[in-house]
Ligand binder design. Structure first.
Ligand SMILES: *[C@@H]1O[C@H](CO)[C@@H](O)[C@H](O)[C@H]1NC(C)=O
Ligand SMILES: *[C@@H]1O[C@H](CO)[C@@H](O)[C@H](O)[C@H]1NC(C)=O
Ligand SMILES: *[C@@H]1O[C@H](CO)[C@@H](O)[C@H](O)[C@H]1NC(C)=O
Ligand SMILES: *[C@@H]1O[C@H](CO)[C@@H](O)[C@H](O)[C@H]1NC(C)=O
Length: 457
């Protein structure tokens, strides 16, 4: 054999070994899954038995069932009906398990169902060997730690219990430890329950290195943040007694075993002693210290009696710690607040009426402000414009007859005329349908209208 062949052979061997290993891992996981599939099949079988009675005979007890069902009770017909409903359509593992073990199920149905009532035990555990009894696990159904009756001392789960898979290791409930869950975790202490069995209870949160009871007095040692006291056992340390625990602009909050630093209220200058504006030691500018409420916003606008804080056309608006100058409503030249009813003086083009500045209609004045020939006045909000009247356009500062638009109008009128005659035709059709008014009457009316309009041109 050449060296190359040898290499190739090694490679193949390696791949085979690897895939074997993978399939072993997979089958170990599958073993738990297979037991579940089998139990599901048996549950579905029992359901099928119930359903076939109800569907055919309306239910009853077993003795009644055997008498009433007669030969149907253990018939092939009923078995076939039950078998049809064992798996959900997509459950491939279920389908293959049923297919592979059809004869075993038939065997039970025809020969053993009377003496072996428990199909799960007969089928899943003893016949096809995919499950174990409770409290046992693995291919040979070994007993779980501390025995099959109370696996893991009743304080945890035995891995794979009841299946042909699993490791049999205990996964202990919280507080319990050890291979058989017969010890207490750190930070738990041992007690006995009513049955004189081990019970693990949590130590007090202040304990370190265990305890022999649940109060702070039972601690072996105290955790950091707690200190031993004669009277109370482990007692919370008030870290906030130390002045410098927190930084600038923060205050200290003591917590069990520790402390937090929280930001001072926005109105505080520098440090504070507690939460809110009441905790401030000094106030920021824009706030005044009060006895009841701590730092309180100073209303600069209310204090500004001479209205000197804001420029004309704006008004003063108080904000926490400060103020703003906001623009007046557009109808006000000056104002004392927001909106159109706070004006103290109106803008040009408006006049005070009912405490509001209303638009002046300049065009309604006795002497129109638009004095040029062929001009018309158009009012607008706060102002007016002088426009050329229809058929005129502005040329320089004059309104001249608009020759172009005249031509356009003539063209449009010709088109309108065409449309008119079209509509008169359809008008005739309509009036033909309308028996009350004869078509002879309608037609002249239309032509009259047409001629009228042409006259106007
Ligand atoms: C086995 O355990 C399962 C699940 O904990 C339970 O439903 C079942 O009744 C047990 N079977 C026996 C025979 O104790
Ligand atoms: C708890 O243990 C301490 C010593 O660790 C002992 O002094 C104390 O008496 C014990 N308390 C109880 C209630 O057993
Ligand atoms: C605020 O507290 C910090 C830390 O406690 C301290 O260093 C600082 O001097 C204090 N500032 C004032 C203005 O008291
Ligand atoms: C309140 O605060 C304002 C602004 O910081 C200040 O101008 C005023 O003098 C203070 N008033 C009093 C009574 O301290």
């Amino acid at each position: 054999m050449s060296r190359r062949d040898c290499n190739l052979l090694l490679k193949i061997l390696f791949i085979v070994a690897l895939s074997l290993q993978i399939s072993i891992v997979r089958s170990k996981r599958d073993l738990k899954e297979q037991c579940k599939t089998c139990k599901d099949i048996v549950d579905a079988f029992y359901k099928g038995m119930e359903k076939t009675i109800k569907a055919n005979f309306g239910g009853g007890n077993t003795a009644w069932e055997e008498r009433a069902l007669g030969s149907y009770a253990k018939s092939e017909t009923r078995l076939v009906e039950i078998m049809e409903g064992l798996c959900e359509s997509s459950a491939s593992q279920c389908h293959s398990m049923v297919e592979e073990n059809e004869e075993t199920i038939e065997n039970w149905w025809f020969k053993h169902q009377t003496e072996e009532k428990d199909l799960k035990t007969w089928f899943c555990i003893n016949s096809i060997k995919v499950c174990c009894n409770n409290g046992t696990y693995g291919p040979e159904c070994k007993e779980c730690p501390s025995g099959k009756d109370k696996p893991c001392n009743g304080k945890g789960d035995c891995d794979g219990s009841g299946t042909r898979g699993g490791t049999g290791k205990c996964d202990c409930n919280s507080g319990y430890d050890g291979d058989e869950c017969d010890e207490c975790d750190d930070d738990y202490f041992e007690e006995k329950d009513e049955e004189n069995k081990l019970k693990c209870t949590a130590c007090h949160e202040s304990c370190s290195k265990g305890c022999n009871g649940s109060t702070p007095k039972d601690c072996t040692e105290c955790k950091t943040g707690w200190e031993k006291s004669e009277e109370d056992g482990c007692k919370d340390v008030d870290e906030c007694k130390d002045a410098d625990k927190c930084g600038e602009g923060e205050y200290c909050v003591n917590t069990p075993g520790s402390f937090d630093c929280e930001a001072c209220h926005e109105s505080c200058e520098g440090n504070c002693t507690s939460s809110g504006a009441k905790g401030c030691i000094a106030c920021k500018t824009g706030y005044n210290m009060t006895e009841d409420e701590g730092c309180k916003d100073y209303d600069e606008c209310a204090a500004d009696t001479s209205n000197s804080l804001c420029d004309s056309g704006t008004y003063c608006r108080n904000t926490p710690g400060s103020h703003q100058c906001a623009a007046c409503h557009h109808t006000c030249e000056s104002c004392i607040g927001e909106g159109d009813s706070s004006c103290t003086k109106c803008s040009d083009g408006y006049k005070m009426e009912d405490n509001k500045c209303k638009d002046i209609d300049e065009c309604a004045a006795e002497n129109s402000p638009c004095t040029k020939e062929n001009e018309v006045c158009e009012n607008s909000d706060g102002s007016f414009t002088c426009e050329c009247q229809d058929g005129y356009r502005r040329k320089g500062d004059k309104c001249v007859k608009d020759a172009d638009s005249n031509e356009n109008e003539e063209e449009e009128d010709e088109e309108e005329g065409d449309e008119e005659s079209g509509s008169s035709a359809s008008g005739e059709e309509e009036s033909e349908k309308d028996e009350a008014s004869p078509p002879e009457d309608a037609a002249p009316k239309n032509s009259e209208q047409e001629s009228h309009e042409h006259e106007e041109l």
